[in-house]
Design a protein around this ligand. Structure first.
Ligand SMILES: Cc1ncc(COP(=O)(O)O)c(C=O)c1O
Length: 264
């Protein structure tokens, strides 16, 4: 095993990837993905990673959105990318077999999971059929060990108990097919940076439309709600009430490119 300092270079050499590109998308001293499973659907992790990184880099840095931001300013650049930005929700919805308005784009799996978990009201027990359970949350594929939890089976148990089901798909989205209808989850959190091979600082939360009324978003900003009277506001319809008004436009476009690549 190489020293911590050279691990990115070593990983790139082992997997035939360009070390400079890999290091741009990895924390110092950290390889960009699990080392134990170099192949996903017959495509090596390094190959897939490099392809998407090339595309994302081209899009974000060399001739793409970051340059446009530098030239025209963040708001003008975002306006010009409006169609491509809207397409990111559509791509994510295709990935999970849901509707675009059931997707909230956020900046990590942790943020997505926290938003879902803390959105379950504390008096949820009284609102649900089984008073002992208000939320069942499992990790689809835990970080180490290769275990794949039977998510659809857990989904059935949650449905029978009348509990919300939150699936952490951080290690499975982009690696295993996930259909939220088959799994039966009400909420799903995932990151961009793992098997979707998207830029750092991207993630998403799926929220089943029918579950929205049972959730109370822990944070609301001007993107999530609008004032309708001096002391009354209305939250956005759909999962976008969980998004931030502010986000990295280039990173989001990179997430869209990576999801489209995973779906291709
Ligand atoms: C199963 C699982 N859930 C959640 C996370 C957190 O992801 P992020 O750091 O993108 O928030 C990880 C990251 O390693 C993970 O493996």
């Amino acid at each position: 095993m190489p020293s911590k300092r050279s691990v990115t270079k070593w990983w790139a050499a082992e997997h035939g990837a360009d070390a400079a590109l890999v290091s741009r998308f990895s924390a110092p001293g950290t390889p960009p993905g699990p080392l134990l499973e170099p192949e996903v659907n017959g495509i090596s992790f390094a190959q897939g990673f490099k392809q998407v990184v090339d595309q994302a880099l081209g899009d974000m840095i060399s001739d793409g959105h970051l340059r446009l931001e530098a030239e025209t300013g963040g708001y003008e650049a975002a306006d010009r990318a409006a169609d491509r930005l809207a397409a990111v929700h559509t791509s994510a919805a295709r990935l999970l077999n849901c509707a675009p308005d059931e997707i909230a784009l956020v900046d990590s799996a942790t943020r997505a999971w926290d938003l879902a978990f803390y959105a379950v009201p504390s008096d949820g027990l009284r609102q649900l059929a089984d008073e002992r359970v208000r939320l069942i949350s499992i990790t689809h594929v835990p970080t180490n060990g290769g275990l794949v939890n039977p998510a659809a089976e857990v989904g059935k148990v949650a449905a029978e108990a009348g509990a919300l089901f939150l699936l952490d798909a951080c290690q499975s989205a982009g690696r295993l097919p996930i259909d939220v209808e088959l799994v039966g989850c009400d909420l799903l959190s995932t990151t961009g940076r793992k098997y979707l091979r998207a830029p750092r600082g991207t993630g998403l939360l799926y929220v089943r439309r029918a579950a929205l009324d049972r959730l109370d978003p822990p944070f609301l900003d001007l993107h999530d709600a609008r004032w309708v009277a001096p002391s009354r506001y209305e939250v956005q319809p759909g999962a976008r009430r969980f998004e931030n008004w502010e986000y990295g436009v280039a990173a989001r476009l990179g997430l869209g490119a990576a999801i489209d690549e995973a779906l291709a």
